[in-house]
Design a protein around this ligand. Structure first.
Ligand code: FES
Ligand code: FES
Length: 165
């Protein structure tokens, strides 16, 4: 039995210590917003936050995550979310909608988690900051430019400006 702290709640699961966190989240915690893409740390679809830092859950053993605060896409705005993170997530959600970022949407929770982590540490990211934060995130639908524009707009909204529509 392993106890994980996920989205502010403790959840005990039966899992091997070296099994991927992705499967613990999806199958044991029923948190299916985190997606399986490549399984080898090459696409970013499985990105979650560990102590606020993006991590690829497909290659993160459960044992490595058990003493950390795990945040999934479901936890960004739930009742347990820290106020700052919820505010950033709300701005990102609004900007994503304004820019119609998602097409099929499969990759998007990974992009959103990376964007939340970025705006939690850099209030007004440059294109280069965004490129660095999203390196290795793949979107076969080609949403990259819209993601970049949405992050800039979310940053602007968080600093008191308006989100463009
Ligand atoms: S599924 Fe984890 S990086 Fe692709
Ligand atoms: S929106 Fe379809 S893979 Fe990114």
């Amino acid at each position: 039995m392993i106890t994980l702290r996920v989205n502010g709640q403790e959840i005990s699961i039966n899992a091997d210590a070296d099994s991927p966190l992705l499967w613990a989240l999806r199958e044991d915690c029923a948190l299916t917003g985190t997606k399986f893409g490549c399984g080898i740390s090459r696409c970013g679809a499985c990105t979650v936050l560990l102590d606020g830092v993006p991590a690829r859950s497909c290659v993160t053993p459960v044992a490595q995550a058990k003493s950390r605060e795990i945040t999934t896409i479901e936890g960004l705005r739930d009742i347990n979310a820290p106020a700052d993170r919820a505010r950033i997530a709300a701005a990102i959600q609004a900007a994503w909608t304004a820019h119609s970022v998602a097409q099929c949407g499969y990759c998007q929770s990974g992009f959103v988690m990376a964007a939340v982590a970025l705006l939690s540490t850099v209030a007004a990211p440059s294109d280069r900051d965004i490129e660095d934060a999203l390196r290795g995130h793949l979107c076969p639908c080609g949403s990259y430019e819209r993601v970049r524009a949405a992050i800039h707009n979310a940053a602007r909204a968080l600093s008191g400006g308006l989100v463009a529509t």
